[in-house]
Ligand binder design. Structure first.
Ligand code: NAD
Length: 273
């Protein structure tokens, strides 16, 4: 319940950004952006549940986070595209913490398709990308979001892509071995639509559903790609994973209490021209 006042002096604006004591589940926690999400939310006081595939060793990552911040964290290995694994995650979180305040769907699959031209994409590869990116987000929202709705509060942040807002500029990839598959754009378009649907569906239950759209996060890219990127970007550079995480703290916290259905683009103005 928000304070009913017109006097901003009554409000502690610093406290509004605090995540003290909040329990936040982050999928794709061990990834490039996931790691920054976990660290930022932990620095603001949250208990983080690091969810990722077993290969990424989320338990180890959570143990390091717990040691660094001196606060209980949890690691959980799962495939987000399998419903009973998502249910097991949810049960484990409730058993350990008794609640969930935030859900961040930060997983992705696309890499094995990066270089595959559209004309030859197999059904199997298409299905894998859509299953993980879109169905995985659906399952996490269904299982954990429904619990939030029943309990009357929560903040969900899904991650679509610039390429669900605009098409990839194919010139970006000239002279590089990189590319972006159509299944990725299509699956992320689904994440965008699902998020807006749920923002409306759960607004009256005090569950906010927002999105963060990162773009071009630096990860030791090929020099040619970095040069091409600078030409097409208003800010003339790639971003860094830590630059995406400020938006997460805002959207998880009470500072964004009247924000739902929003897509916060952290893309250096890529889609503005
Ligand atoms: N990096 C960018 O420039 C960029 C741009 C736009 C959008 N995004 C989006 O941001 C999010 C994070 O991107 P990133 O660059 O950190 O990606 P990343 O590949 O570094 O991390 C993704 C994580 O998801 C995990 N994952 C994959 N399949 C999974 C599954 N089935 N179940 C559970 N976990 C699974 C991986 O193990 C990995 O740790 C993704 O949704 C991505 O689509 C990234």
């Amino acid at each position: 319940m928000q304070q009913r006042t017109t006097d901003p002096k009554e409000i502690n604006f610093k406290d509004k950004f605090s995540l003290d004591g909040k329990v936040v589940v982050i999928s794709g926690a061990c990834g490039l952006i996931g790691r920054a999400f976990c660290e930022a939310a932990a620095q603001w006081g949250a208990h983080i549940v690091c969810a990722d595939i077993a290969l990424a060793n989320p338990e180890q990552f959570a143990a390091e986070l717990e040691q660094r911040h001196g606060r209980k964290m949890m690691g959980f290995a799962l495939n987000v595209a399998v419903k009973n694994e998502v249910q097991n995650l949810h049960h484990a979180v409730l058993a350990a913490f008794g609640k969930v305040d935030g859900l961040v769907c930060g997983h992705q699959n696309k890499s094995h398709l990066k270089f595959e031209p559209f004309e030859s994409v197999s059904e199997e590869n298409w299905d894998t990308v859509v299953e993980i990116n879109l169905k995985g987000t659906f399952l996490l929202c269904q299982v954990i979001g429904s619990w939030m709705a029943q309990n009357g509060s929560g903040s969900i942040i899904n991650i679509p892509s610039t390429y669900s807002v605009v098409a990839p500029n194919q010139n970006l990839y000239k002279g590089t071995s990189l590319g972006c598959p159509a299944a990725y754009s299509a699956s992320k378009g689904g994440v965008d639509a699902l998020s807006r649907y749920l923002a409306s569906y759960w607004a009256s239950r005090n569950v906010r559903v927002n999105m963060i759209t990162p773009h071009g996060v630096w990860n030791n890219h090929e020099p040619q790609f970095e040069q091409n990127f600078a030409q097409f970007s208003p800010m003339q550079r790639l971003s860094y994973n830590h630059e995406v995480a400020g938006a997460l703290v805002y959207l998880l916290s009470d500072a964004s209490s009247y924000v739902t259905g929003d897509n916060m683009k952290v893309e250096g103005g890529w889609t503005v021209w």
